[in-house]
Design a protein around this ligand. Sequence first.
Ligand SMILES: [Zn+2]
Length: 276
Amino acid sequence: MSVDRVTVGSVEIARVTDGTMTGLPAFFFSGIPPSMYEPALGDDLKSNGMIDVEFGSFLVRSSGKTLLIDTGMGNKRGSPGGRLLDNLKQIGVSPDDIDVVMNTHLHVDHVGWNCIEQNRAYVPTFPNAEYWVAEKEWLFWTSDPGLVSEEGPYLASDVLPLRDSPQLKLVDGEAAITPEVSLLPTPGHTPGHSSLAISSAGESAIILGDVAHHPLHLERLWIASVDELPRTSRRTKRALAQRLIDEQLLVAAGHFSSGGFGRLVMADGRRNWRTL
Ligand SMILES: [Zn+2]
């Protein structure tokens, strides 16, 4: 049983899942032949040739604030997710309690509970929360009307309704949400993708977002077919993997099905993911 809650100094981080999906490895390891990824996946490769991918959000308590990092797939349109609010309730958290929602990026599996339908309109699910999004990310997904038809209706239900809301907070660079939690720009998966850097009482952690969907993205620096900017994604992975090793940072990874917390270490000259 892997760990689902950690403390970093005085900051608490809990992994809260919205559900699990299965996917084809070729989708997550773009251009990598099966002869390479199959042995590397080991037990993660199921008998049907698929791998599990978790929709993991993180609940962060820092400096008196409650932060929700990413909002999963949601429950609209036959989603394979939909359990986030129930799982928050199980740990005593209601939508009213969330002070800050932060979307690491604006893909469908990270914004699914941003909004709910009320009186035939989509309104923020978390009524008291500021919704933090990197401005670069926001502009990428909202400036081109063609993207809405290309990417599916989720932009219309879970992103665009925030445009005129006073709850939307667009930020730039390494903006600080609390004195202990800041955005860390990690572009590549999407142009304005941001991880979270957490530092408190001499301890540090990173919430990855989709810098990695599977440990192999950190170990081998393989890229995913859903990375908007593949070459930038690889550079970001390489730089961040080095930092994770050099500083022995605690890592929180929402999509890892083998456990959401761990560390990247060097073992026998290779990068190696160790689940907590
Ligand atoms: Zn994702």
